[in-house]
Design a protein around this ligand. Sequence first.
Ligand code: ADP
Ligand code: ADP
Length: 225
Amino acid sequence: EAMLRLSGVEKIYNRGQTSEVRVLNGVDLTLARGEMVALVAPSGAGKSTLLHIAGLLDTPDAGRVEIGGEDMTGLTDRRRTMVRRQEVGFVYQFHHLLPEFSALENIVLPQLANGVARRDAVARAQALLEQVGVGARAGHRPSAMSGGEQQRVAFCRALANGPRVLLADEPTGNLDPGTSDQVFAALTGLVRGTGLSALIATHNLDLAARMDRILRLDQGQVVPG
Ligand code: ADP
Ligand code: ADP
């Protein structure tokens, strides 16, 4: 059962200009339900572009994106935004948590925006924080937390609305190796057992080796790693 499928995806920046760059040139990619897949590529290869297209933040110039079996081509902006909010979670190298809100509130707010009752949102946020070992930090603002704790909170926020697909762009890229391992273990714990499918861009080959599969982005195409 495919949770995320990209077929023949192309992306060209600055088309028709001397600076034209063909970043994606026929990307085919399928993530099965519950699969955790590493995406390895050098900087500038187009990982961010690929993740943005997969997560409906950007549209391809050609090809197709399917999430949960539904073709995203030609959806209205409104419907795309709804699918993105409900079905896709994002994590970046830097946490992008809201600085003036507590860890808990950072996980509650996207749920409220999605129509969840506050009491239920708080319960879910607290449970997620406990699952990644930072339950005791729920009331702290991001600035009062370590880098590893901040990333754990960012994972919880990404999963707040129970997405089917998690897209992560160098989620441990800003952490020292020991912290990376712990934070990756926390992420694995969240993903495993939920049926969530995760595509995780990383330069860290040790982490990549612990995932179900490694893919490489090479010359605008996705190939087995
Ligand atoms: P990665 O995440 O692998 O570092 P990106 O997807 O960010 O790669 O970028 C791939 C290539 O596309 C780079 O050469 C980058 O400069 C270029 N690029 C990315 N976004 C844009 C854009 N909005 N306009 C023009 N070029 C872009
Ligand atoms: P990353 O570190 O994730 O690879 P980049 O620094 O490559 O990110 O790009 C950050 C943002 O800037 C991305 O959203 C990308 O689309 C955009 N970008 C990258 N290169 C260019 C470019 N040459 N022109 C315009 N936007 C770009």
